[in-house]
Design a protein around this ligand. Structure first.
Ligand code: HEC
Ligand code: HEC
Length: 477
């Protein structure tokens, strides 16, 4: 009897030990959170620091690395992820705005920097300069979503092929291989396919591509985050600069249409949109971003400025522009009938969606100032800090340069190429025509839906010499 009992005890002990080992290994390999190494500067943290979205939107590092090699035909051009127009620093294995963090295994998520880092070059042969907080005017968000979806729907996206491709660059342990083969790869495939189905509205008839440097922000919120039914609107919007957020004092509005009045709320919604978990340390990350972006200065124009000419331009600016851009109306919405620009972005958001968004964020346990629960009237008269680097101009990026913005609508370019980062000092904006711009940029046609370049015809009646002076002054902002 005793012998049997002893056997039983041994068996039970072995069983418990095995369960502990298996459980620990599973936790270690799938859920163990390793903090990212300390960042060398706040700028590095902005570019690469995780927002905590690994659980809901993290992609396994090794899959992210091998996909462009396996499916180059699903990217917009050669060069792997570089063809998505996202800035990329030398010596890094992924572009700006891609964070790598270990939660069990290494997972990649996106940061704000993927859409909010500008890149420019003084000439074709110069290296790119990056400006964090600037508009990611090259970033092609839609092509990135499409790429992932097409990969996951391809039968070649399977454990055999992906493991074989990983093996050419990295030796996974036998256990990691097992986990990838039977766990990670099939689950990731399923999740990307599901996500792709949720993004089917991106390809509706009659709607042009978002293009480089734009997305459809309010529809992303409505369909992706709030799961509202598709309503036929299309509201492409330029990625704005987000430096110097402390300029938004009380009674000023953010977002192109003034949908929110408090910067912290925009940051919260953007981070949740990127899949960040609302649990701690979420609000600490938000506070860090708010403080960092609050004080981040706009970049100075890097080339010589004719000070005397700029002084003359200043007088013109004060007469023609300051009431809206450096005065009582700054940061407040101007009625659409008055500014006269394209209406589609304005029409893509509404009071009910704002109410739903406020409810949703509250239900996630996050306390924030609400989005405006009213019908919005137009577009905000934006601050013009660092405006030289914010081309193309207007909320939908339909006017390539400041020179063009000072022309009446019928003289503004009808077709141009967005996303090339060589700077045009004469016109103040990026180069948007010519062989290189055409090869690297995305063709933009102002007659397509949401792309209209009409309205905002301020200063168009100035004499050519006055326009030159005003342009010189705008470089100083
Ligand atoms: C996928 C691209 C993308 C990502 C990622 C992204 N944003 Fe944005 N952001 C936009 C676009 C587009 C707008 C313009 C929205 C509109 O139409 O009003 C915007 C607007 C903003 C604004 C309002 C600026 C103003 O002056 O009105 C702030 C602030 C902002 N984003 C902060 C962030 C922060 C912080 C993050 C990261 C947590 C982030 N964004 C992530 C694309 C992005
Ligand atoms: C009646 C108010 C008003 C006046 C006057 C005005 N603007 Fe604007 N401005 C706006 C509004 C509103 C927007 C946003 C419109 C949109 O994006 O559809 C805007 C947008 C802009 C932008 C685009 C910013 C960006 O990031 O894309 C620039 C540049 C600009 N204005 C320059 C000027 C200049 C220069 C003058 C004077 C010649 C001027 N504005 C006069 C209201 C005004």
């Amino acid at each position: 009897m005793n012998k049997l009992k002893a056997w039983f005890t041994i068996l039970a002990t072995v069983f418990v030990l095995m369960a502990v080992v298996v459980g620990y290994t599973a936790w270690y390999k799938l859920f163990r959170v390793v903090p990212q190494p300390e960042f060398a500067s706040p700028e590095e943290r902005f570019k690469y620091g995780s927002l905590g979205g690994e659980d809901s939107s993290g992609l396994p590092y090794w899959i992210v690395i091998v996909l462009p090699r396996m499916f180059p035909e699903y990217l917009p051009g050669p060069g792997g992820y570089a063809s998505l127009g996202i800035p990329w620093e030398q010596g890094r294995d992924l572009p700006v705005g891609f964070s790598v963090k270990t939660v069990g295994f290494d997972r990649v998520t996106n940061t704000c920097a993927v859409c909010h880092t500008a890149s420019y070059r003084g000439g074709e042969d110069e290296p790119a300069k990056l400006v964090v907080g600037g508009p990611g005017h090259g970033t092609n968000v839609q092509a990135f979503f499409d790429f992932l979806t097409k990969c996951a729907n391809d039968p070649r996206f399977n454990s055999d092929n992906i493991l074989a491709e990983i093996a050419t660059v990295y030796k996974l342990s036998w256990l990691d291989k097992l986990i990838y083969r039977f766990g990670i790869i099939p689950i990731v495939k399923k999740r990307i396919i599901e996500q792709g189905n949720n993004f089917a509205w991106m390809h509706r008839d009659g709607m042009p591509e978002w293009s480089a440097g734009r997305d459809d922000p309010m529809n992303l919120t409505k369909y992706f985050m709030l799961e509202l039914p598709e309503d036929g609107t299309f509201g492409p919007a330029d990625m704005p600069s987000i430096w110097n957020l402390d300029k938004y004092t009380k009674n000023m509005s953010l977002n192109w249409d003034g949908a929110t009045t408090v910067a912290r709320s925009v940051i919260i919604d953007s981070a949740l949109g990127l899949g960040a978990s609302p649990k701690a340390p979420f609000l600490d990350i938000v506070s860090w971003l708010r403080d960092y972006l609050g004080k981040l200065p706009p970049p100075k124009y890097p080339w010589p400025i004719d000070v005397k000419l700029a002084g003359q331009g200043r007088t013109l600016f004060e007469a023609q522009c300051a009431s809206c851009h450096a005065g009582s109306r700054t940061g407040t919405p101007v009625p659409i009938e008055e500014v006269g620009t394209d209406r589609e972005r304005l029409a893509s958001w509404n009071k009910d969606a704002a109410i739903a968004a406020n409810k949703k964020v509250k239900s996630m346990g996050v306390d924030r100032d609400p989005m405006v629960e009213e019908t919005l009237i137009g577009y905000v008269a934006v601050h013009l800090d660092g405006v030289w680097l914010r081309a193309p101009y207007l909320h939908n990026g339909s006017v390539p340069t400041l020179h063009d913005l000072l022309e009446p609508q019928d003289k503004r370019p009808q077709v141009f190429f967005r996303g090339y980062d060589v700077y045009d000092q004469a016109k103040v904006g990026f180069v948007t025509q010519g062989e290189k711009a055409e090869r690297i940029g995305r063709r933009f046609d102002v007659t397509r839906r949401g792309n209209g370049n009409k309205g905002h015809e301020y200063g168009v009646g100035l004499k050519p010499a006055e326009k030159t002076a005003l342009l010189e002054y705008l470089k100083t902002l």
